[in-house]
Design a protein around this ligand. Structure first.
Ligand SMILES: [Zn+2]
Length: 137
């Protein structure tokens, strides 16, 4: 009688742990899968929405001439130069380090689509002067 009871308890706990482990594994897998998909969707959706990127330097007395020259440069988001000039860039001469940023402009922002198509016609990259000339403030 006692042996039967012990066997029963052992079988029940083994089954319980098997089911528990299975459920847990399934849940983690599902959550990961969904999360991964969603993140990927959001990233690609955002990339599609970005019209152009422009380089922005702080423009004060300690801004180096390399960064000053890059300031206002406009590029299409997929341009190969983007990774070269992505701040903080190696060419910066500021002893405190590069303080520049890239500004991502989406298509729904004012002038977004216009500047994007202008960049497409000009090899995907323009400096500040070309943009200011084509789009006077
Ligand atoms: Zn710099």
């Amino acid at each position: 009688m006692m042996l039967r009871f012990i066997t029963f308890v052992v079988v029940v706990s083994v089954v319980y742990y098997l089911i528990k482990g299975r459920l847990r594994g399934k849940t983690i897998k599902n959550v990961r899968h969904r999360y991964g998909e969603r993140t990927q969707d959001t990233v690609s959706a955002r990339l599609k929405e970005i019209a152009y990127v422009f380089y922005s330097a702080v423009k004060d007395s300690s801004t180096c001439d390399v960064c000053m020259a890059l300031d206002g440069r406009h590029l299409l988001p997929g341009h190969k130069m983007l990774s070269n000039i992505k701040p903080p860039h190696a060419g910066c001469k500021n002893t405190q380090g590069c303080r520049c940023t890239l500004v991502y402009v989406t298509r729904d922002e004012e002038g977004g689509r216009e500047i994007e198509s202008f960049l497409r016609k000009h090899g995907g990259m323009c400096d500040r002067k070309a943009i200011e000339k084509a789009f006077p403030a």
